[in-house]
Ligand binder design. Structure first.
Ligand code: AP5
Ligand code: MG
Ligand code: ZN
Length: 213
């Protein structure tokens, strides 16, 4: 199964992608997580990405596309993957399609998680993230068992640098301008499924599983 998750920042792509990856036993590939891991490790890629991420802008396609195509050609991606946060621009979607077509391959489903902007702003302010394993929590909606500690791996949870209200607004604007057009792109490809992302995380997961079956 080769799946793409679409949706605004904070729509719940990461939350659901982790569930899907478990269910289908395929890797969860998040470009945002890859960038954050690079920032944490102080790599050159991380330093470059941080410049853009802190402003709520997109990391340039020249950096992102090659990185993602390399990641999905690793052996663990042979039987599929769930892409979270990629593609985010039309050129990214076209590059992915071209790379897959060259191998006689294609995506199976693009799931769009729909959430209005007002709901998003509230979600982001309460989000806490584990930079080690990628798990995401919300202080009110999906709190960890022990405050400030990841249920999965025991690491300390942090508030993401780009979850400040000003940056969230910028990320939403970037989304509407550059990423939302992908909904039509995948509609035309005939693989788009839409899910109401304002329900509880477990109801969203049920709807996602229905969309995938
Ligand atoms: P990325 O890490 O992908 O961030 P994003 O798209 O802005 O999405 P988020 O991770 O913020 O939200 P999400 O949809 O995963 O929601 P989550 O599940 O956490 O990208 C970060 C940056 O990296 C970008 O801004 C860009 O600069 C760069 N980047 C990444 N990919 C790129 C690319 N391809 N090209 C160029 N640049 C790129 O949920 C949010 C919160 O809500 C959590 O607290 C969660 O617990 C809670 N929640 C989830 N579901 C529900 C629910 N149903 N009800 C209530 N609360 C919920
Ligand atoms: Mg995410
Ligand atoms: Zn963790």
């Amino acid at each position: 199964m080769k799946i793409v998750m679409l949706g605004a920042p904070g729509a719940g792509k990461g939350t659901q992608a982790i569930n899907i990856a478990k269910e289908y036993d395929i890797p969860h590939v998040s470009t945002g997580d890859i960038f954050r891991a690079n920032i944490k490790n102080g790599t050159e890629l991380g330093m470059k990405a941080k410049e853009y991420m802190d402003k709520g802008a997109l990391v340039p396609d020249e950096v992102t596309i090659g990185m993602l195509l390399d990641r999905i050609s690793e052996p663990d991606c042979k039987n599929g993957y769930v892409l979270d946060g990629f593609p985010r621009t039309i050129p990214q979607a076209e590059s992915l399609r071209k790379a897959l077509t060259e191998k006689g391959d294609k995506l199976d489903v693009a799931v769009n998680i729909e959430v209005p902007d007002a709901v998003i702003e509230e979600r982001m302010s309460g989000r806490r993230a584990c930079l080690k394993c990628g798990a995401t929590y919300h202080v009110v909606y999906t709190p960890p068992k022990k405050e400030g500690i990841c249920d999965n791996c025991g690491s300390e949870l942090v508030q993401r640098a780009d979850d400040k209200p000003e940056t969230v607004k910028a990320r939403l604007a970037t989304y509407h301008e550059q990423t939302q057009p992908l909904i039509d792109f995948y509609k035309k490809e005939g693989i788009l499924k839409e899910v109401d992302g304002t329900q509880s995380p477990s109801d969203v997961f049920k709807a996602v599983m229905e969309a995938l079956s």
